[in-house]
Design a protein around this ligand. Structure first.
Ligand SMILES: Cc1cc2nc3c(=O)[nH]c(=O)nc-3n(C[C@H](O)[C@H](O)[C@H](O)COP(=O)(O)O)c2cc1C
Length: 189
């Protein structure tokens, strides 16, 4: 069975509604490891060798987080800076991630209508996430369309339950899926 690593980065998971529900849904599934970065590294000191072992042991990588300042919470950036190092993720001999898929799963406070030209936030979230797309490209990882929950504060319990089911379905391995085959998930399921 193919294995999926969900790298969860939420600095206040105890106060989270959306990411906590998604993480619980992911944990119910076989072949999926939810790795809570802020729980693993409360002092923010990342064990790079451990993280690289985890990545080597999985076929698919999902970066799950609440959208903070048009990006990911800080520890996920630090994780990328330190774990995706030369000789591991890129450069000479740096092919450890090649062929593993990369996908972002993010809850976004603002509604989709705010994320478009002329809207308050000007750019679609898929565009703001391009650094992840480019990172996937450089590391040889097929980049799958982001799983997005817009208007995360306004999602009611039924919608959240539907999103969790949708997330679980999206997490099911689809080996052979070509990047770009699917549309971003951005409206209530
Ligand atoms: C520090 C911080 C920065 C945030 N930045 C954004 C942002 O740039 N765009 C946005 O739409 N929502 C933003 N939000 C709202 C979060 O995305 C929202 O609280 C989160 O998706 C809720 O998920 P949760 O229930 O898992 O905590 C921000 C929230 C915080 C605390």
């Amino acid at each position: 069975m193919e294995r999926t690593l969900v790298v969860l980065a939420h600095p206040h998971l105890a106060a989270s509604r959306v990411n906590a529900a998604l993480a619980d849904g992911a944990r119910e599934m076989d072949g999926i490891l939810v790795h809570d970065l802020y729980a693993a590294y409360p002092d923010l000191q990342i064990d790079v060798a451990r993280e690289q072992r985890l990545l080597r042991d999985h076929d698919h990588v999902v970066l799950q987080f609440p959208f903070y300042w048009y990006s990911a919470p800080a520890l996920l950036k630090k994780w990328l800076d330190e774990v995706f190092e030369h000789g591991f993720a890129y450069g000479t001999g740096g092919d450890a991630l090649r062929g593993k898929t990369l996908r972002v799963a993010a809850s976004v406070g603002g509604g989709e209508e705010l994320y478009r030209p002329g809207g308050l936030n000007r750019f679609p979230v898929v565009d703001l996430l391009r650094p992840f797309d480019a990172t996937a490209n450089l590391t040889g990882m097929p980049y799958l369309p982001p799983f997005l929950i817009h208007g995360s504060h306004a999602v009611d319990d039924d919608e959240l339950a539907a999103y969790v089911r949708r997330y679980q379905a999206e997490l099911v391995t689809r080996s052979g899926t070509a990047p770009g085959d699917q549309q971003p998930v951005s409206s209530a399921a």
